[in-house]
Design a protein around this ligand. Structure first.
Ligand SMILES: [Zn+2]
Length: 433
């Protein structure tokens, strides 16, 4: 038994005693005291699920040390109450009492077939001994921690914050690291961009909030809204999007990241440029417009196939339309217009549908007049109309000479892909133009 002095607080001499507790000491034989596992001030005990229970037993059987349990002595020193470790203690004692069976498929290291459906009494004597002799280390606090509820509260706070729980995103990341790494590579660029707005003022990348936003932006851009996917905007659904898309096999995730890295980067670069453009023109940087900005940029990416040329071609009109239809004086105005009582996920769904409709109308992608290139048929037809003559040098375009179709009003400036906007030129003339 070791003792360790803690800092003196007021006039009380506060000590923490560290002891070790074995499973078969559960009846309260440890240094003469009975252990109260469920003191009324402790939080309510919710039984762990079979996976957690199985893995705790596994940890014990592998002889791994856990974080210490925390007890508090009663005033007479005869009993102790559990402050931290209630679940672990109850689970292992329950197993020792044959209260549940191991579920093989949840084991991380032990043989899942050999140990499946085994309760304590089914184990061989070596395994039984491992459990019986497993030692929990215990920190025991003096009784004034129980009598002074404020002190108890402070201690609970320390115990609950010294090991912050993983967020949904952090749990996702452990398996989807190859994908997350791509988003992480864009942190600096996006953070530089956001530092020019009030979106992320004084915001650091705590718990990868920024990486998560970049991830979300890509998901918004990849969404195929017909039919509407389960995924929308919360972290849970973001996580679900990737699970549905790739599954949860490590090798599939590594493969996906490898094959799609360049494509993901292309999309993120495109959206970076468009966001940058929005901000340069001080168009949509008003406070409260973050989610609208994100959705708009992502949907522009989706509808233009992440083509900068296509974006530039429609840019002027798009910004005009979006400004009048979406980005109103006051964000609440838009909320009312879309018939939403708050800016919840329903609002975001409706917003995406509205923006998609505006973009579809403006980009009119199914209309051949908006195609990026003239078809072979158009080229042939136009050359015939020009009597086979190059409009620039006015010489004949011989069959063996390569010819180019040129937009008279440039395509990126809105010029249509129609015969009246087409010149057929020698390749060399076109390049000299
Ligand atoms: Zn020519």
């Amino acid at each position: 038994m070791q003792t360790r002095s803690m800092q003196k607080e007021n006039t009380e001499d506060v000590t923490v005693r560290q002891i070790e507790l074995r499973c078969d000491e559960k009846k309260g034989e440890h240094h003469g005291g009975y252990i109260n596992i469920s003191p009324e001030w402790n939080r309510h005990f919710n039984a762990w699920n079979p996976a957690m229970k199985t893995r705790l037993v596994e940890t014990v059987m592998l002889g791994r040390r856990m974080n210490p349990l925390w007890f508090i002595y009663s005033e007479n020193g005869e009993t102790s109450s559990v402050l931290d470790g209630q679940h672990r203690l109850k689970t292992i004692l329950s197993f020792y009492d044959n209260g549940f069976k191991i579920v093989g498929k949840h084991l991380l290291e032990l043989d899942p077939v050999e140990y499946d459906k085994k309760s304590f009494e089914d184990l061989n004597s070596d395994d039984k001994l491992l459990i019986k002799n497993y030692k929990f280390s215990v920190n025991t606090l003096p009784s004034n921690y129980e009598s002074d509820k404020n002190k108890l509260k402070q201690m609970n706070f320390i115990l609950n914050n010294s090991s912050q729980k993983h967020t949904q995103y952090e749990l996702w990341k452990t398996l989807f690291m190859p994908i997350n790494r791509i988003f992480k590579g864009y942190e600096t660029q996006y953070s530089n961009l956001f530092s020019r707005t009030n979106y992320y003022s004084n915001r650091n990348n705590k718990r990868e909030a920024l990486t998560q936003e970049i991830n979300k932006l890509l998901v918004f851009a990849e969404l195929d809204t017909n039919p509407w996917p389960k995924c929308c905007t919360s972290t849970e659904t973001l996580v679900q999007y990737w699970r549905d898309k790739i599954g949860s096999q490590e090798k599939d995730i590594i493969e996906y990241a490898k094959v799609n890295e360049n494509n993901i980067k292309k999309k993120l670069n495109f959206m970076l440029t468009v966001l940058d453009d929005f901000m340069d023109k001080k168009i949509f940087i008003k406070k409260g417009w973050k989610i609208e900005n994100f959705i708009t940029v992502a949907r522009i990416g989706n509808k233009t196939n992440f083509s900068s040329n296509r974006y530039n071609r429609h840019r002027k009109n798009l910004l005009k339309i979006l400004k009048s239809e979406i980005f109103m004086e006051d964000p609440v105005e838009l909320q009312k217009k879309l018939g939403c009582s708050s800016r919840n996920s329903k609002f975001q769904k409706i917003l995406i549908i509205n923006i998609d409709t505006l973009l579809d109308k403006e980009l009119d992608m199914n209309n051949p007049e908006n195609n990026r290139f003239f078809s072979q048929n158009q080229k042939k037809q136009k050359l015939k109309m020009q009597n086979g003559i190059c409009t620039l040098c006015e010489n004949k375009i011989e069959p063996h000479q390569p010819a180019h179709a040129d937009h008279i009003i440039e395509w990126v400036k809105g010029g249509k892909t129609i015969l009246s906007n087409c010149d057929i030129l020698h390749k060399r003339c076109h390049e000299m133009k």
